[in-house]
Write a protein that binds this ligand. Structure first.
Ligand code: ATP
Ligand code: MG
Length: 426
């Protein structure tokens, strides 16, 4: 036997039994995005490498070491998208969706980053994201955050996530702060680890989210970003906080929150959980007023977020929030005997017509009653409908309840559809 081929490390299959959990989460995302009038956009999975270099920034973890980049056959450098925002802006610019307009968009799909695979961190992972263009006022920042908060309620995890919030200010404010920070870090360079030393020169704000405890201890005395905020950004942030207060959304202000991508200004936020161990950020976002112009469009204010679907599914699983998800089948039709088979297939078709949304698996492959009932049980169906030649003769079906302690019953064919309707309602 030849050696079986395996999936690429860090790229996972999503198997039956898992896919229904994903569908539940994805349905909630679509529903909530719809609740706020957002429209779906779908972008290609592959883009020009330059898009991400220009959009995300050369000195970021993603661009420096995480991208799947390769040459196309004609020599163009292409990259599997590591995130959605740059692609979304590219598409918006290309199709004239952004200039002088408001757009509220959402997307969902696979992203690719060459990271060390571990729980909650994969090389192909999936994001749901929101991008809102053309509105500069903090009401839209609040809306985007409220939308994410609604999703947590829909998923039943609102008590297990907390919101961290910060403002990065204007580009000028950030540049001034950067100088002050570098000055401080230079004085204490001997106390920095190698990673922070490297960041200090390449992208100093990133030192703030170092995981190293000694570095974090040192930063207690570092200059604070809030002391450098420009007046307008300060007002924007205060107004956002007021709106969140009014909406009853709790948050903590985390002055060290800077985010790993270059394009953010003013508002940045993360939803974090301690139900997932090290990979605790489930959703991250902020304002990126400069990106549209940076990618060749007309200056357009924008704000958005992205959330990792794997981390959410993991979290829901760990919190036992996925136990009541319906199996893929509601009804299993068992048919014993030649007449029953012929009639049964036609009846199953008729019930599919009559009961919208019903999910019926009809038995194939013949065999004894007991074997068919085993299949019925395995299918996850709520009931088995049993048809033998005598049932066909009398134009009635036997309904056996597979998941509840309820007497089996025999009903005329004409009563089956109403019974199934009741069944999937409950
Ligand atoms: P982290 O700090 O965990 O590396 P990040 O800041 O790189 O996250 P973003 O680029 O902001 O993450 O992506 C938004 C969300 O996408 C994250 O909060 C997380 O839920 C998810 N995510 C990012 N990278 C991965 C990955 N490699 N595997 C699974 N989910 C991921
Ligand atoms: Mg990362």
């Amino acid at each position: 036997m030849s050696k079986a081929i395996q999936a690429i490390r860090g790229m996972n299959d999503c198997l039956p039994g898992e896919t229904n959990k994903w569908q539940m989460v994805e349905d909630a995302m679509r529903r909530v995005a719809g609740n706020y009038g957002y429209a779906e956009i779908r972008m290609p999975v592959v883009e020009s490498t330059n898009l991400f270099k220009r959009g995300i920034g050369e000195v970021t973890d993603i661009v420096e070491k995480e991208m799947y980049t390769f040459d196309d056959r004609n020599g163009d450098s292409l990259t599997l998208r590591p995130e959605g925002t740059a692609s979304c802006v590219r598409a918006g610019n290309q199709h004239g969706l952004l200039y002088n307009q408001e757009q509220r968009l959402w997307y969902m799909g696979p992203m690719f980053r060459h990271e060390r695979p571990q729980k909650g961190r994969y090389r192909q992972f999936h994001q749901f994201g929101i991008e809102s263009f053309g509105i500069a006022t903090p009401d839209i920042d609040a809306e985007v955050i409220m939308l994410s908060a609604r999703l947590w309620r829909e998923l039943g995890i609102e008590d297990f996530v907390t919101l961290e919030l910060n403002s990065l200010g204007s580009n000028q404010a950030r540049a001034d702060y950067r100088d002050a920070l570098v000055e401080f870090l230079t004085l204490h360079e001997d106390k920095l680890d190698d990673d922070s030393k490297r960041r200090m020169h390449a992208n100093p704000l990133r030192v703030l989210d170092s995981k190293n405890r000694d570095v974090q201890a040192l930063l207690v005395d570092a200059p604070k970003l809030s002391e450098y905020l420009d007046e307008e950004s300060t007002q924007h942030f205060a107004s956002l906080c007021k709106r969140l207060d009014a909406a009853g959304i709790k948050y903590t202000i985390n002055e060290r929150l800077v985010r790993g991508l270059d394009y953010y200004n003013r508002t940045v936020f993360e939803w974090v959980t301690d139900s997932l161990g090290a990979q605790g950020t489930v959703c991250a976002g902020g304002r990126y007023d400069g990106l549209v112009e940076q990618l060749g469009g007309k200056a357009t204010p924008a704000v958005g977020f992205a959330m990792g679907i794997e981390r959410l599914v993991l979290m829901l699983t760990e919190l036992d929030k996925l136990e009541n998800i319906r199996a893929t089948t509601d009804v299993y039709v068992a048919m014993v005997g030649e007449n029953a088979e012929l009639a049964g297939v036609a009846l199953a078709e008729q019930w599919r017509d009559e009961v919208p949304g019903i999910r019926i698996q009809s038995h194939c492959g013949g065999g004894k009653f007991n074997k068919q009932m085993k299949r019925a049980d395995k299918s996850g169906a709520l009931v088995a409908i049993i048809l033998g030649d005598s049932e066909i003769e009398q134009q009635q079906a036997t309904v056996k309840y597979l998941r509840e302690n309820k007497e089996q019953q025999t009903v005329p064919f004409s009563n089956v559809a109403p019974l199934l309707e009741e069944l999937i309602k409950g």
